[in-house]
Design a protein around this ligand. Structure first.
Ligand SMILES: [Zn+2]
Length: 228
């Protein structure tokens, strides 16, 4: 029980705090207009053009904070709040997603590793709920199912670990580009972008800690670390 609280409960609380920080940073800076007056969609197109990337579509999606770059489809998907508003938060997020498109164009190695692991994580997230439930309901398979769960969390840990350099690098590129292209002014606007992107970085760190905690939990169950 102590082990469960320590390895699963605490990371879960950290993840919730990180998520709350992102929501509050986004909530604050989506209402502050950048003096450049450029929307997230316009900024994304300008940044991509400046980076000599012409095969990526910038599209609007109806999923709040679901902004992402899809390397397979060459699509930069921005939520309506980001796509349509000229806010400091919108510019930060749009530029961050452009950072991923630039990584893709430059064949940035961690992005390629991440893409290579994606199919396994999709299988894992499909089977994991059944594995964990099965552990409760099929006692004679308990050990085998715990082992499968440990392997699943091992794969997820690798994925979340590779995600860290990919995300940190995209934000680093975004901050440089926004300043250099004059889309965001030094001072409060730049501080706002940093606030939004740094809190987002924290959620990725929290996600890694969370899966690592799960992995350790199942490994310790297997090796009998929970027996007192
Ligand atoms: Zn990202």
């Amino acid at each position: 029980m102590m082990l469960f609280l320590l390895l699963i409960g605490i990371p879960m609380i950290i993840a919730l705090i990180a998520q709350a920080k992102v929501s509050s940073a986004f909530g604050k800076w989506k209402n502050v207009a950048a003096s450049s007056g450029v929307t997230g969609a316009q900024a994304a197109r300008e940044i991509l053009t400046a980076a000599n990337i012409h095969d990526v579509d910038v599209v609007e999606i109806n999923d709040m904070l679901g902004d992402h770059y899809d390397p397979a489809q060459k699509r930069l998907c921005l939520s309506s709040d980001v796509f349509r508003t000229p806010s400091v938060a919108a510019l930060g997020i749009a530029a961050h997603e452009c950072g991923h498109a630039i990584q893709d164009a430059k064949a940035y190695a961690p992005l390629q590793w991440r893409m290579a692991v994606v199919p396994s994580t999709m299988i894992v997230s499909r089977i994991l709920p059944f594995v964990v439930l099965g552990g409760f309901f099929i006692p004679f398979l308990f050990r085998e199912l715990i082992m499968v769960a440990a392997i699943c969390y091992g794969i997820l840990s690798i994925f979340q670990f590779i995600t860290l350099p990919v995300e940190f690098d995209a934000s680093r590129r975004a901050k440089i580009i926004l300043g250099r292209m004059g889309l965001v002014q030094p001072g409060a606007e730049t501080a706002g972008v940093n606030n939004v992107l740094d809190s987002a970085a924290l959620t990725y760190l929290a996600a890694f800690v969370a899966v690592l905690g799960q992995l350790l939990y199942y490994v310790l169950l297997l090796t009998g670390g929970s027996r007192r």
